[in-house]
Write a protein that binds this ligand. Structure first.
Ligand SMILES: Nc1ncnc2c1ncn2[C@@H]1O[C@H](COP(=O)(O)OP(=O)(O)O)[C@@H](O)[C@H]1O
Ligand SMILES: [Mg+2]
Length: 294
């Protein structure tokens, strides 16, 4: 068996190293690469995928850790190459479009809402007047980039004049405005790790004192969380709605109940492993082998 891992950097990061080790202990050959280094030659009868030095990408499956950053052209062409790989019989975990959807906060919310999964009240607009009106409706809001991670570029806007100024800047920079009601949580969120149709572990992520963002990368503290049946059901429904092979499902506890905040298509699990002892690499690799062999 040969498995590719698509990653963002030239050097493998911790999750990629862990996945590589789990694959290699199962006598699997691992090819790590960046999608920016993958080229496609095609005509209507055949297709070839080439890595640098004309090395063909010959794999049974690919773990998609990252599409990588870049311009709209670069990102859309990488997604199309991934789809061509899927058409040629290579299974991608998570599939190209599921990964893309999860990377896009609006696409995620549209899909979750469509499947009846509770989400925070959200407004997305390119119109300044609409954004300003929404600010008044929600009173306490957060503004987020459509694509982003680690809590970067997300801020709370309690002062209407500041909100106006920020929206104006976003508009001038051709950015779409995404605003959401700020949800008063008990200073934490819940990260549920789903692999296949199974929950392999869950944790609370407590924001560090004085902060409200719970991302581990910015000092959030993980502790084990035992899920109620309700929470299990929401997390599994969200993963299924988004057609994920594996995902980190982030849930906020609001006054009105649980809401799904986002879906991570390539979550890091070092926090989860610390809090629960669960090694997601083993679970993901077992799942992939099972899928490829069935
Ligand atoms: N509407 C919200 N209300 C309260 N807290 C939020 C809200 N949206 C995000 N947060 C907090 O900010 C963190 C980062 O936001 P998130 O939407 O997950 O973006 P990122 O992709 O950068 O992690 C979340 O983990 C959560 O703790
Ligand atoms: Mg997040």
């Amino acid at each position: 068996m040969r498995i590719g891992i698509a990653m963002s950097r030239e050097r493998p990061n911790w999750p990629v190293r862990r996945l590589t080790r789990a694959l290699e202990t199962r006598q699997c050959e691992v090819i790590t690469f960046r999608l920016k280094d993958l080229s496609i030659h095609m005509n209507s009868e055949s297709v070839q995928f080439l890595l640098p030095r004309r090395r063909p990408l010959d794999v049974n499956g690919i773990i998609l850790r990252s599409i990588g950053g870049g311009s709209t052209d670069q990102i859309t062409s990488r997604i199309s190459i991934l789809e061509a790989l899927e058409f040629s019989g290579v299974r991608i975990f998570n599939s190209a479009y599921s990964h893309r959807r999860a990377k896009d906060k609006l696409a995620t919310l549209v899909w979750l809402a469509h499947h009846g999964i509770p989400i925070p009240r959200t407004t997305v607009t390119e119109r300044l007047a609409v954004a300003v009106a929404a600010t008044k409706r929600y009173s306490d809001i957060v503004s987020k980039p459509l694509r982003g991670s680690q809590g970067q570029g997300i801020f709370r806007l309690q002062e209407p004049d500041l909100a106006f100024r920020i929206f104006k800047i976003l508009q001038t920079a051709n950015q779409t405005i995404l605003i959401q009601e700020f949800i008063e949580t008990p200073g934490r969120d819940i990260r549920v790790f789903v692999v296949g149709e199974r929950i392999i572990g869950a944790m609370y992520r407590y924001a560090k004192p004085g902060d409200w963002k719970t991302n581990i990368s910015r000092g959030g503290k993980p502790t084990e969380c035992t899920l109620s049946k309700d929470l299990e059901s929401i997390a599994l429904q969200a993963a299924k709605a988004m057609k994920m092979d594996f995902a980190g499902i982030d849930i906020l506890e609001s006054d009105e109940g649980y809401v799904v905040n986002e879906i991570n298509a390539a979550p890091n699990w070092s926090g989860l492993q610390k809090a629960t002892g669960v090694d997601a690499a083993e679970e993901i690799v077992d799942y992939i082998f099972h899928q490829l062999q069935s």
